[in-house]
Design a protein around this ligand. Sequence first.
Ligand code: SF4
Length: 699
Amino acid sequence: MQDSFKTTCCYCGVGCGIVVHRDRLGKLTVEGDKDHPVNRGMLCSKGMNLHYTVMDTSDRLLHPEMRYNRNLPRQRVSWDQALGRTAAVFSQIIRRYGPESVAFYASGQCLTEEYYVVNKLIKGFIGSNNIDTNSRLCMSSAVAAYKMALGEDAVPGSYDDIEHTDCIFVAGANPAWCHPILWRRVEAARAANPRLKIIVSDPRVTQSCAMADVHLQLNPGTDIVLHHALGRILIEKGKTDPAFIHQHTEGFEAYREAVMQRSIEEAALICGIDAADIYAAAGHIAGAKGFMTMWTMGLNQSAVGVRKNLSLINLHLITGHIGKPGSGPFSLTGQPNAMGGREVGGLANLLPAHRVLDNPEHRREVAAFWGGGELSPKPGLTATQMFEAMHSGQLKAIWIMCSNPLVSLPDARFMEAALQKAMFVVVQEISNKPETLRYADVVLPAAAWAEKEGTMTNAERRISYLTKITDAPGEALPDSEIICRFAQKMGYHGFDYPHVSAIYEEHCRLTAGTNIDITGLNYNVLREQRSVQWPYPAGATGHGTPRLFTDHQFYTAHQKAVIHSFGDENTSAPPDRDYPLILTTGRIRDQWHTMSKTGKVSKLKQHIDAAFLEIHPDDARTRNIRQNDMVEVTSGNGMVRVKALLSTTIKKGVVFLPMHWGKILNNDLHRANNLTNNLVDPVSKQPDLKFTAVAVARY
Ligand code: SF4
């Protein structure tokens, strides 16, 4: 006898459907949902082992805790005491230093309802816009580029386009490891259509290159040079779409001038690749009836991340490959609900339903809807700015929920020093492992995946409902309930929701009349349809909107997409004599972010169980480094000591460290972000995590 529940994987932005079975003893097992349109029954290694993260509660936080002095251990307290004291301290700090002296740092793993209430709390009632999330580290460059080019933060297509395309350009991503089920669909599409061409640009030969017709193993930071070169060839060969450019875009002439600044041979030299390979890639794009691009952090996590994104989107706008089957730019979301967070406005510069802070009408609409008073026009602090403001003493209190910033933020030792200086730190978490707990004055135990219900939006605008399957251990509560209880302790009205579904319905109402209108949704519709793609306005039926811009009317002022033009320079701090190599960081196949969940599943350690430095044998030889030697990696910001993995799969002059490992027994020498610097893209404020000048020596 067993119960079965349909829900959604909580790891990456692919958003696979999962069936969870619970036997009469409460034991859980999982399998892929064969009826789910995303994964059609498939799951990757992380999804297949998701139930272990719920059943093993040995690391779970079970009770609220607090302390009055950081030199003392925290004591178990009641929810009432923990939230009462937190409300008292927040009120006092806000009274004394103003609303901008407090901040919330949340996560792309929060459910949409959780994002919604915390955003409403700080913007609508506390009166500051100091909310940002780890999505700032993930997608913010893509978001800014979509808005600049298409007039809206909107992924135009669907995963189904994979089955209709005949050319996919994967730029700065390794979906075979990081979005595995999506990649299984690419492999299946290739098997069904051997003419499907795959182009990959990456300084490393990754698993995603195995199927590539062309691998452009470019130097880090040279993506814009490559994209411009592809644009130049398409223009010179007459492979653009002049009618589309004329009717549906603006900015082409300036773009043409910009891409003509470099010859293809010069571009190839800068990128460190063969000109013939650039021509081959351009030929595949030129010959395609459907052309898709997929990208993630290789473009986004950059000092010029927005420009890298725009230069790629431009290839669609000059060829007209957007808004039709098998075509379109497709940013792959790293986290399960980064998109849902943006839908509710959960970033320092946003308001609900993709409204923006600097629009007075938007502020008035939202303030009237929430009824908490005027909204501040001043942008809040972004992820890295929050920690800088704590370091300087400007930000007094921070509330960190569902995120592990002392592993994931750049320049981690600086961030740690900043947290140490904060006057008051609240950590809302499921696990007792994150480094942030060391600095917490108040710890609030949160419910995990399968222990609460809510919604998430995946990378193709698909909103899925997540079912509650089991009770949270101890006194842990859903994050939305914790925030609502706190808001009520602060004396704010509008947070006494009878059920989490009421939060969702309020969010849906606030989208009325916007480009992301989902007023036709509620939990009943989502349970019935399993998942839908936005927009889904009142009266909509079925599974929503699989493709945007089919009429080529964009969300810009003139309904035309904008082809932006700019130079191709990279503004990262370049390598020099002291730090001659370029470090790039990233994920491995079986671990997820900072390993709070995947790190406790022994099966997932069988693939790779320790941090390592991937280095080219030629770079190793000149440093007298052999396979498995311990090496010391240093940058202007810090140091890491790990074993060397010699491999010809990485470009000479480049080294790679996985980003997952934090402190192990107080030792932070595996933490990749000891090395990275806090340079950010000037528009998106996304950190430059893929380009750090380092030195490597045998230890
Ligand atoms: Fe989960 Fe992503 Fe794996 Fe799908 S591909 S099972 S969403 S981790």
